[in-house]
Design a protein around this ligand. Structure first.
Ligand SMILES: Cc1cc2nc3c(=O)[nH]c(=O)nc-3n(C[C@H](O)[C@H](O)[C@H](O)COP(=O)(O)O)c2cc1C
Length: 177
């Protein structure tokens, strides 16, 4: 799958099959994050791969809008190192997470970003040091509905802004046509 196809068909998946993700596949997804760009190449990130069912259930209990974290066989918790890069650690970690999202899509695996979580409780559950901020959680797993349905749904259902709404030529007031 090429990168444009992955970008086009990706959509947030909130219902997962219990099938495990093999170590090799997970390794490729994590590599996609590892290779992401970062300000001054500081790579101010750590990624906690949560597979233990009890921990995933606790994360699901903690996240009002992430109950499916108990269902997805893997949860990736992106942590930004504030000491290493106070200004950019959140942006850099988010870029790496999105690389993983696109790599997962290419593997036929669904994901969903979770941005709403009680940070201190997540940090205490996963023993994340004080210097790190939890940037986001990613649910990762095979979609219950299969990838074909996702392809279709992503094209038909996702509301998106038109390019003419969001792109400008040379200055803010000049339209991009
Ligand atoms: C930073 C961020 C935080 C998000 N937080 C949540 C969340 O807590 N729970 C959830 O179900 N979806 C969450 N989402 C998914 C968005 O709702 C979703 O990306 C958006 O509605 C567009 O739909 P699509 O991803 O299917 O294109 C989040 C997405 C991003 C980028």
């Amino acid at each position: 799958m090429d990168v444009y196809e992955a970008i086009t068909i990706r959509k947030s998946i909130r219902s997962y099959r219990p099938d495990p993700i093999t170590h090799d596949v997970l390794q490729r997804i994590l590599e996609a994050g590892r290779l992401a760009p970062s300000a001054a190449n500081r790579m101010p990130w750590k990624f906690i791969i949560v597979t233990e069912p009890q921990k995933r259930r606790t994360l699901a209990d903690l996240c009002t809008y992430g109950k499916f974290l108990a269902e997805s066989p893997v949860v990736i918790v992106g942590c930004g190192d504030r000491k290493s890069s106070p200004k950019w650690c959140v942006v850099d970690t988010a870029i790496a997470l999105e690389n993983m999202v696109l790599a997962a899509t290419g593997e036929g695996i669904g994901t969903c970003w979770i941005g709403s979580f009680p940070e201190e409780k997540v940090k205490s559950l996963l023993k994340i040091p004080d210097d790190f901020s939890v940037v986001a959680l990613l649910a990762v797993g095979y979609p219950k509905d299969g990838m074909d349905l996702i392809r279709l749904a992503s094209r038909l259902l996702r509301p998106t802004k038109a390019l003419t709404d969001i792109a400008r030529l040379n200055e803010f007031t000049s339209p991009w046509s």
